[in-house]
Design a protein around this ligand. Sequence first.
Ligand code: DC
Length: 236
Amino acid sequence: MNSYSKVVTIDGPVGSGKGTVGQKLALKLGWGFLDSGALYRACALVATENSLDSSRSSAILKIVGDSDFRSEPRADGEEALVFLKGANVSEQIRTPDIARFASELATNESIRTGLMSIQNSYLRESGLIADGRDMGTVVFPNALLKVYLDANLHARAERKYIQLKNKGICVNFDALYKEIEQRDARDSTRIHAPLTKPEGALVIDTSNLPPDEVVIRILNELDAVCKMEFEIEKYC
Ligand code: DC
């Protein structure tokens, strides 16, 4: 398929629906799924457990690198399953404290560079859906299709609030709203690989759109891109 990688990247801010939509797409297409946010959260978890601050990036990367990180899509609309050394850490990495620390660690250039090889190891012949903040801009710049999901802050905060509540984690809505606002600002203004819309991305506002509708829009676009690719190959 020309010089394009069989990858669909889905970038966007907290609560824009990347995870839900990405998992549905991966399962529908039978492609692999990379939840890159979970990788940053895994760094935050091992750093917390080993009392390492952000200045100890090599030590953090060594532990995560030796932990056989795996993310698996789920069919039930919940967030992806995440394993470290075979242990299910999906709940532990999804607390507000770990989310905050992950966003802080993500400003560190050596952490970002160090995680590139794990992210690239997810590339496979069958295809890959990669979700995060810099999937289309930095990690998979040759992706077949780049998607950027967005939604208004209130809708995104509500989604996160319900997700946390369903897990039995009680948070104050206003505090969560502010926390997400701060995380958005940090993720999109940091120096290294900030969250931005990749050039040529399919941009979808998910504020009032159910995930299945978003999936259909992406599949239609993918279909169009694949047909175009085929045409290009035919005339090469
Ligand atoms: O998608 P998430 O909320 O699980 O991500 C947690 C943090 O990780 C997010 O606030 C910023 C960081 N992150 C990143 O910098 N680059 C990515 N590709 C994915 C996540």
